[in-house]
Design a protein around this ligand. Structure first.
Ligand code: SAH
Length: 252
């Protein structure tokens, strides 16, 4: 059995209870060493075989999994944040399915959630934005043209950009060309939930400069949109006394 597990975005105690239990029981652990907190490995059982996938190819990862299955060992494949975002899990799952190997998937706290926590921020403020665009600039992995940052920027929704901190001049230009006003608030969250977490507030027009001044060029998320201001919103209907819900009648 192979267990895909989301490690959470940094702090070792942000893994789920289920994920930690699986980690404690695993005979083989393959972790994404570039971003998974190595402190999580201290809960591995004695004698567990530990591999860092940052130094491995897909074929090597699969070969470790296949060997473990042949020896009837349990494997945890530990991915950063939640594996569903930029996690390259589909190709692993497909290879396992081809061989008839069983697997399951335990989610984790994605860094876009960790970043909101770092900023004490609600992405979806009534009357400000009710949508979150999660995207990235094209790098070595291309982005379909219809999903360009410029195209999404037209909506001026809350936008969270992964994998783009090294391309901020271009990102900023795309955001502006797409339709965000230059003074739209923006945030850079470096290493959300890690001990060396840092957050910076700026505007769309000062993103690149802000990252440069503070020496941030990787392991960060960019959050853009009026919601970053965290003001000018309408109070929630759900908790309004005049509003009935299935759990509570209106009080006015
Ligand atoms: N599956 C992961 C994302 C992997 S892609 C998740 O759910 O978070 C790797 C990118 O995620 C990094 O380049 C960075 O943009 C972002 N990232 C991962 N961990 C982060 C953290 N703790 N703080 C800020 N950004 C992070």
């Amino acid at each position: 059995m192979i267990h895909f597990v989301g490690a959470g975005c940094g702090a070792a105690d942000l893994i789920t209870v289920r994920g930690q239990r699986l980690l404690e029981q695993a005979d083989v652990i393959i972790y994404a060493g570039s971003l998974v907190n190595p402190a999580l490995l201290t809960c591995a059982k004695e004698g567990a075989r530990i591999y860092n996938s940052a130094e491995m190819t897909l074929e090597e990862v699969l070969s470790v999994m296949f060997d473990a299955v042949a020896q009837r060992l349990t494997t945890v494949r530990l991915h950063t944040g939640d594996p569903c975002l930029y996690g390259a899990i589909r190709e692993q799952m497909d290879a396992l399915e081809k061989k008839g190997i069983a697997y399951d998937y335990t989610p984790g706290v994605s860094s876009f959630c960790g970043a909101a926590a770092a900023l004490n921020m609600e992405y979806t403020l009534p009357d400000v934005s009710q949508s979150v665009v999660i995207t990235r600039m094209a790098g070595r992995t291309p982005v379909p043209e219809r999903e360009s940052v410029r195209a999404f920027a037209q909506h001026r929704a809350t936008m969270v950009l992964f994998l783009s901190t090294g391309l901020l001049e271009k990102t900023q230009a795309e955001l502006l060309a797409g339709g965000y006003e230059p003074d739209t608030p923006a945030a850079i969250v470096y290493k959300a939930s890690w001990p060396d977490e840092r957050t910076y507030l700026c505007t769309v027009s000062t993103l690149a400069e802000c990252a440069k001044e503070n020496g941030v060029s990787k392991t960060a998320l960019i959050i853009v949109g009026d919601a970053v201001r965290q003001s000018g919103y309408a109070r929630s209907k759900l908790y309004h006394p005049a509003f009935s819900t299935g759990f509570r009648p209106a009080k006015e």
